[in-house]
Write a protein that binds this ligand. Structure first.
Ligand code: DX5
Ligand code: ZN
Length: 218
């Protein structure tokens, strides 16, 4: 299981230090963009992502929790994002178009889904996706508790991916801790986002190593 530390929980007065931690220990750099409209919180925007891009040595994974993600795909692609995910709840019938737009910029496309939306809703798009982001908390805030129903939702997505013969990654985001990481990996998750568990820990480097240490043996 890959670990994508989320800088939402980082120390913004010493952001470079936390990005260096991810460069050394993490797999992807997760960047949460919230607009106060699709989700009730506002996080950060281009100036922060541009700054992170200057020192990023791991792929940047931009998680758009915004309405009209199509307006901003190009800007995030040009800043150097390797992965861009957006919410099904934000695009509905336009979902296909946004996936194509992300691919047009040679960026991997991910579709995120909140815990209260039936996973079957995104099945029609699975064949085009590079990753599926099954939210394990309601998008909008760090530091929430992992919703256990996520495990069944991950397994349902995996089953459908197998049925259609498509090899997309499955990512979860929210409430991943050193305590539940082994169970998350065992459920078939490929990429776990972790904010608080990394950056609120006394030793963020050790925390990433511990999350990774929970990998089941191959
Ligand atoms: C929540 C964000 C997450 C958040 C996770 O809406 O998408 O990426 O940073 O934070 P933790 O790991 O603290 O739950
Ligand atoms: Zn996120």
């Amino acid at each position: 299981m890959l670990i994508a530390p989320s800088i939402l929980a980082a120390d913004f007065l010493h952001l470079a230090k936390d990005v260096e931690t991810i460069n050394a220990y993490g797999d992807w750099i997760h960047l949460d963009i919230m607009d106060g409209s699709l989700v009730p919180n506002i996080s950060f925007g281009f100036s922060v992502v541009d700054a992170v891009a200057k020192i990023a040595q791991k792929p940047m994974d931009v998680h758009l929790m915004i309405v009209h993600p199509e307006k901003y795909v190009e800007r995030f692609a040009k800043t150097g994002a390797s992965y861009i995910s957006f919410h099904y709840e934000a695009t509905l019938d336009e979902t296909d178009t946004v996936i194509d737009l992300i691919h047009n910029f040679n960026v991997k496309a991910g579709l995120a889904i909140n815990p209260d939306c039936p996973v079957e809703k995104i099945f029609p798009y699975l064949g085009k996706l590079d990753y599926v982001l099954v939210m394990s908390v309601f998008a909008g805030f760090g530091g929430q508790k992992f919703i256990p129903e996520t495990f069944d939702r991950v397994r349902a997505v995996r089953k459908e991916l197998e049925r259609i013969g498509h090899n997309s990654l499955i990512q979860v985001d929210g409430g991943v801790t050193v305590q539940n990481a082994a169970e998350v990996a065992a459920a078939g998750v490929d990429v776990a986002v972790a904010g608080s568990a990394v950056f609120k820990a006394e030793d963020p480097c050790a925390a990433v190593a511990a999350l990774r240490g929970c990998n089941p043996l191959p």
